[in-house]
Design a protein around this ligand. Structure first.
Ligand SMILES: [Zn+2]
Length: 86
């Protein structure tokens, strides 16, 4: 009963969703969707990931500048980076 193959390791899977705050390595639970109209077209949406601790500060940073569009909860099974770039 020892010839059962090892399940493949999960190395090199898509990078773990990690908080975008500087120096923070916590797992992200939130997606901050924002757009800087001076840099981005209006249909472009930039995404930052945030952990619980940084959701407030990052969204405040973006909100002060009028960049923040919405905050979405990141489903645990939905890692970012899956959408194909245009
Ligand atoms: Zn964080």
């Amino acid at each position: 009963m020892s010839d059962y193959p090892q399940s493949p390791s999960q190395e090199q899977r898509s990078p773990k969703a990690q908080c975008s705050a500087r120096g923070c390595r916590a797992a992200a639970g939130w997606v901050l969707v924002w757009n800087n109209p001076k840099l981005h077209q209006s249909d472009y949406e930039k995404r930052w990931l945030a952990c619980d601790d940084h959701r407030g500060s990052l969204s405040g940073f973006l909100g002060l500048r009028g960049f923040l569009r919405r905050v979405e909860q990141l489903p645990p099974d939905q890692l970012p980076g899956r959408t194909a770039p245009k």
